[in-house]
Structures are given as structure tokens and as C-alpha cells.
Design a protein around this ligand. Structure first.
Ligand code: S3P
Length: 177
């Protein structure tokens, strides 16, 4: 088996469903699931919002890189990464080298609907509609490097997990002699 199939890395803008789908997918694969944001919060004993406030975004980004590197040294896991994890080239190459990278995209409406119930994201403070549109514009091509892209706007987490499972099986079959 090629190395990239030993992990699945979920990338995508905030509110595209990475954590929710990741849990389903990990269960189906019988692999472990880790949300890198949750892991960083646990390590630092503070929320990401508190971290941005007390230490700044750069501090969070360096922890994010470290966490991704450490986790991807292991195998058989599904990782849900933060929406900005793809901005560093170092993170992108680590993901591509060690995992099957799946990008989730969604319409601005679906994103706004999903994130509006959670006020904790530091980059979405202020006018939510405006913040989402402006960040989506800034990150227009940021998720394009993935092996596979899924528009999650209208799909249930179970359905998305099934689509990924199907693709993983297809890759495996192709690799067989
Ligand atoms: C961020 C996304 C967040 C979190 C942090 C920064 C981003 O993760 O890592 O608030 O830059 O897009 P989610 O995508 O899980 O919300």
C-alpha cells in the first residue's frame, strides 16, 4: 500500500464538516480520530480564542504545524485539521506525503448556517457574513492541492463518509496486482 493511504487528512474552510465527518469515517475504517484544534487546546489548556488573544495567531500556527507533523508520523488515523492549516507549505507537503488528503468545500450560505451557532472562532468575530465571504475570497485556491474534493453543502455526514470510503476502496483495488 502506498503511504498516503495510511492516514486520511480532512482539510477545508471552517464549517465544512471536517470534525463531524471525520468521526464517522474513523469509525468505519476502525482508525483513530483526532481533531488537531482540540488536541492543541488540550495541550495548551486554553481555547483557541484564548490562545489568539493571549499569544497571537503566529503562536497557534506554530503549534498547529508541530501537531500535524507529530500526528502524521503515526498511521491509521483520520485527522480533522483547522481551516487555516493549509496556508503553510510545510503543512501541505506533510499532509500530501503522509495522508490521503480530502478537501471539503461548501457554499458560503451553508458555512454561515453551520458556524453561526458557535461564536468561538476568533477569525469570524464581527460581521459573520462579511468575514466568511472575505476569508473565502482570500483562501479561494487554498484547498485545491487535495487528492479529492467534496462539496458538503447538501450532503449528510454519513453520506460524505461513504463517498470517501468508496474512493479509498477504489484506490486500494487499483494498487492490487
Ligand atoms: C481557523 C480555523 C479553525 C481554527 C482556528 C483558525 C482558520 O478551525 O483552527 O480558529 O484559520 O480557518 P475549524 O476549521 O475547525 O473551525
Amino acid at each position: 500500500m502506498e503511504s498516503h493511504r495510511h492516514n486520511v487528512v480532512l482539510i477545508g474552510f471552517m464549517g465544512t464538516g471536517k470534525s463531524t465527518v471525520g468521526k464517522f469515517l474513523a469509525k468505519q475504517l476502525n482508525w483513530s480520530f483526532t481533531d488537531t484544534d482540540a488536541m492543541i487546546e488540550q495541550k495548551e489548556q486554553m481555547t483557541i480564542a484564548e490562545m489568539f488573544e493571549a499569544r497571537g495567531e503566529a503562536y497557534f500556527r506554530s503549534l498547529e504545524t508541530k501537531t500535524i507533523e507529530e500526528l502524521l508520523a503515526e498511521e491509521h488515523q483520520v485527522l480533522a485539521t483547522g481551516g487555516g492549516a493549509v496556508l503553510a507549505e510545510k503543512n501541505r507537503s506533510c499532509m500530501l506525503k503522509n495522508g490521503f488528503v480530502v478537501a471539503f468545500i461548501a457554499s458560503p450560505e451553508a458555512i454561515i448556517r453551520r458556524v453561526s451557532s458557535d461564536q468561538s472562532r476568533p477569525l469570524l468575530q464581527g460581521n459573520l457574513d462579511e468575514r466568511v465571504h472575505s476569508l473565502l475570497e482570500q483562501r479561494k485556491q487554498a484547498y485545491d492541492f487535495a487528492h479529492m474534493t467534496i462539496d458538503t453543502s447538501e450532503l449528510s455526514p454519513e453520506r460524505i463518509a461513504r463517498i470517501i470510503m468508496k474512493r479509498l476502496k477504489a484506490i486500494q483495488l487499483k494498487a492490487m496486482p
